[in-house]
Design a protein around this ligand. Structure first.
Ligand code: GMT
Length: 376
């Protein structure tokens, strides 16, 4: 099949999922057009059948805001004219809107382009704050040939938010369990962050306010007060990283916390952790948590959004959102039975292996193509 995949290139799970999907499909022999405003974070060139297309809207002095949506629609139109059989967009806003525009323009030429829209969370959440986006997001979802969501929780929230006639199809995120594996654990790397008798807590995110990363610093300071030999590794970069750094200093724990900044290769850092910690106000899925589990690192996270679907009892523990005391208890419980949790985490992650989930998208693509052919 000739498949178009559209995503945001910035640090975040949706771009990672889209890029890993593009790679996996190309490895299976599909011709894949990966389309974005910049090369996505995990995109590596040189894979046969995988083509990156950068959409650069015109930079004309009259435009205060560059018309990216229109430029993207135009690129999708051209690719479909040249043989792209369907487009899979990650995020309704603005990608499904551009796909809709391309679809309409193509219909004039007798070409029917199936559009698969995958929701990652922010679409459904954002419309509560930006009411102007509501009607357009709803139209984008309703005009998509198929809509998918990365968790059951997100599918339900989306169905309610947009009063959809049917919930989105749930296809969970996936992980390459060869790359993200306990085998990545390198003791000589680990000693740079913690001594063998210390436990190493790990967090990885884009430090957006929704991640509530300062809570991790408070939680860590409280754990140190219990006398637990523990260190903290904060991976990634974003708006709240400086806040966390200042907080670590003001709590006097800065010598036991390491902030790596953005990293290109995550698996070797996740694999040296003992417990992966999240404190997010919301996660539609929690891809970084899944990648940690694949490395054999159990997760302690709040019971919000899709996290309870991914963090099963054998692979970690959930706590009530915002309840740092129960988060601390959860970490201590995991540490008490660390070998069992590590094994459990890996077992759970194996059920989300790339080879198990990517065929679900391939079947969906075939269904979407058949649906469009019968509706012609
Ligand atoms: O969480 C972020 O800041 C990034 C965001 C994105 O859109 O890239 O991640 C969302 O999509 C990921 C992949 O499906 C999910 O694993 C994350 O849970 C989800 N983030 C939120 O729902 C806040």
């Amino acid at each position: 099949m000739q498949i178009g995949i559209v995503c945001f290139p910035v640090i975040g799970g949706s771009g990672v999922v889209a890029t890993e999907l593009a790679r996996a499909l190309a490895c299976k022999g599909h011709v894949v057009h990966l389309i974005s405003s910049d090369p996505p974070l995990r995109y590596t060139p040189c894979l046969p059948y995988l083509y990156f297309h950068q959409v650069a809207p015109p930079d004309y002095p009259l435009f205060q805001y560059k018309p990216y949506e229109s430029a993207l629609a135009g690129r999708l139109f051209r690719l479909a004219e040249e043989g792209m059989e369907l487009v899979h967009v990650h995020y309704a806003i603005p990608h499904a809107v551009s796909a809709y525009l391309a679809q309409k323009a193509l219909e004039e030429c007798g070409i029917y382009l199936p559009v698969i829209t995958t929701l990652h969370g922010t679409d459904t959440k954002l419309v509560k704050e930006y009411i102007d986006l509501h009607a357009i997001s709803k139209m984008a979802l309703q005009s998509s040939t198929v809509v998918t969501a990365v968790s059951l929780a997100l599918a339900r929230e989306t169905e309610i938010e947009f009063s959809l006639s049917a919930p989105p199809v749930v296809i969970p995120n996936f992980v390459d369990t060869h790359t993200f594996s306990p085998k990545r654990r390198d003791e000589s790397l680990r000693v740079a962050y913690a001594s063998p008798e210390e436990f190493l807590l790990v967090h990885a995110s884009n430090f957006r306010p929704i991640k509530q990363t300062p809570q991790i610093i408070y939680l860590f300071a409280e754990l140190l007060e219990t006398g637990l030999p523990v260190r903290l590794l904060m991976i990634g970069d974003g708006a709240e990283r400086p806040i966390c750094e200042r907080l670590a200093q003001s709590l006097g724990v800065e010598n036991k916390v390491c902030f790596t900044g953005g990293v290109a290769e995550l698996s070797s850092l996740l694999a040296i952790g003992d417990v992966f910690v999240l404190t997010s106000a919301y996660e539609s899925f929690g891809l970084a948590a899944l990648e940690a589990m694949a490395c054999g690192v159990p997760v302690v996270a709040p019971a919000v959004g899709g996290l309870p679907e991914v963090i099963r009892p054998e692979g970690g523990r959930l706590f009530s959102p915002g309840d740092l005391r129960s988060a601390r208890e959860a970490i201590l419980k995991v540490i008490q039975s660390l070998p069992a949790y590590k094994q459990g985490a890996r077992q759970v992650a194996l059920t989300y292996d790339t080879h198990k989930i990517v065929p679900l998208y391939e079947s969906l693509y075939a269904e979407a193509k058949a649906k469009v052919s019968t509706n012609k």
